[in-house]
Design a protein around this ligand. Structure first.
Ligand code: TRP
Length: 451
């Protein structure tokens, strides 16, 4: 028999768990990379607009679907629209959460490896970090070993359930994460390149803004806020009737954006402290550029270098863990409720299958790197399908569903807890969700197809 459904027990737990889902590799690894690639402050401004205009309303929609139905994502859509094809969004969500988890685990395993190497003192001794990184990721066993350890950590939290697993650990990990960020920002401001780095982050160069920069900003907002894949819908199904959805959405988006920008404040001053290092290094930024920066900048103070790099990779690991928990829970909740099996069994099944898929992703950096589909490795293919196709499509369906299909009264009631919490901007929300967001997403698609 499956367990009885439980809810989060406190407001703080709700916000920290949802913020934990949002704050992840997307903030610390992907956001600074995108900022570096797309010209600094101008990108950040556009990103902020995307979070406000697209992120917040879509998040509110996911919250209301989850809380109204108190069910996993697939059942949620079936309950609200029995017998209709809207259910496809739930199916796609669970499937993609599974797909993302499989490659997210691999990258998280890398951060664990870098953390262990930092602590052992063997990270900051290399001469060539590019070679260091590629020889590590192309190895067939070591990255997998770390990925398995990471998956095990995620598994242990999820197997304990909503209250003593997700809520409890989010309440420990998120404050720790914020503390580490604070320490690292202060350290980073003291570095010699702080001025140049901050200028890069704060001075907008609008000449770099093109359509594709705007679209990257929107894609980044979707990924970073964990939207469209049912993760937040699943978490919202554990919200209590008095959780304020609008306020929670604003809090989660603010925390997520705050962490992303602070990560920029940590990374860019450090990067500009070392001559001849580019901020637009691509995905290698945190695994190739940064160790090089730590090594060079702290050459005369190696102990400080260990501390800085250790804390940085710990930050990355904590961020990844709370996000992986939400991806895992989204799939596990579905398995528990639709096959009616116990949480321990369901979560073990999900962890195992996901790891099996993860093996392919990991090997695609090494022995399987020649195996490509449409020019993409297995890892690239998973990422492409998830973040470039299914995620925007999911966002579109959620908007059409809440904006056009669902009864307006139901939506209003849910967002205002039965008209007990005022929501003056309801009309703005409806306008965004009906017109602005769908059009914006369709533009992404067209651009993607043409590009
Ligand atoms: N938002 C997380 C990050 O920033 C990743 C993530 C967790 C995610 N759940 C998701 C991305 C659901 C898309 C969909 O790293």
């Amino acid at each position: 028999m499956a367990e009885k459904r439980k809810n989060f027990t406190s407001k703080l737990g709700v916000v920290l768990a949802a913020a934990g889902s949002a704050v992840g590799l997307g903030n610390v690894w992907r956001f600074p990379t995108e900022v570096g690639n797309n010209g600094g402050a101008a990108f950040i401004l556009i990103y902020l607009l995307c979070v406000l205009g697209v992120g917040v309303p879509v998040m509110m929609s996911e919250f209301l679907i989850g809380r109204h139905t108190h069910a996993n994502t697939i059942t949620a859509f079936s309950k609200l629209a029995p017998g209709k094809w809207w259910r496809i969004e739930g199916v796609a969500g669970v499937f993609v959460a599974f797909l993302i988890l499989s490659y997210y685990t691999i990258i998280s395993g890398w951060t664990l490896y870098y953390l262990v190497q930092s602590l052992k003192g063997s990270l900051l001794v290399s001469q060539d970090y590019s070679a260091y990184f590629s020889s590590f990721v192309s190895n067939s066993y070591i990255p997998l070993l770390y990925a398995v350890v990471f998956m095990l950590m995620t598994h242990l939290v999820i197997a304990r359930g909503v209250q003593s697993g997700i809520e409890r650990f989010s309440k420990i990990m998120m404050p720790l994460l914020l503390l580490i960020i604070g320490v690292l920002v202060v350290c980073s401001f003291g570095m010699p390149g702080a001025g140049t780095g901050l200028r890069f982050l704060l001075k907008p160069d609008f000449s770099k803004v093109t359509a594709s920069v705007v679209l990257s900003a929107m894609g980044q907002a979707f990924f970073s806020l964990s939207l469209a894949m049912g993760c937040l819908c699943t978490y919202a199904s554990y919200f209590t009737p008095d959780t304020k959805l609008v306020k929670t959405a604003f809090s989660v988006c603010s925390i997520d954006t705050f962490v992303a920008i602070l990560s920029g404040f940590i990374i860019f001053p450090a990067v500009f402290s070392v001559p001849n290092v580019n901020p637009d290094e691509g995905p290698g930024l945190v695994f190739v550029t940064l160790p090089h920066v730590f090594n060079t900048a702290f050459h005369s103070l190696p102990l400080l270098g260990y501390l800085f790099s250790g804390l940085f990779y710990l930050l990355l690991l904590l961020a990844a863990l709370t996000s992986a928990m939400s991806l895992h829970e989204s799939v596990t909740a579905y398995v528990i409720e639709s096959f009616n099996i116990r949480r321990q069994k369901a979560s073990a099944l999900v962890s195992f299958c996901c790891m099996a898929l993860g093996v392919l992703c990991s090997l695609s950096f090494g022995v399987l790197s020649d195996f490509t589909v449409c020019g993409l490795t297995i890892f690239g293919l998973f990422d492409f399908c998830a973040s470039k196709i299914i995620m925007p499509a999911g966002g579109l369906i959620i908007c059409l569903f809440t904006g056009w299909y669902l009864d307006r009264k139901l939506v209003y009631n849910e967002l205002t807890n039965g008209e007990t919490v005022p929501f003056r901007m309801f009309r703005v929300y409806v306008f965004l969700i009906r017109y602005v967001v769908p059009i914006a997403i369709i533009l992404i698609f067209i651009n993607e197809l043409l590009g």
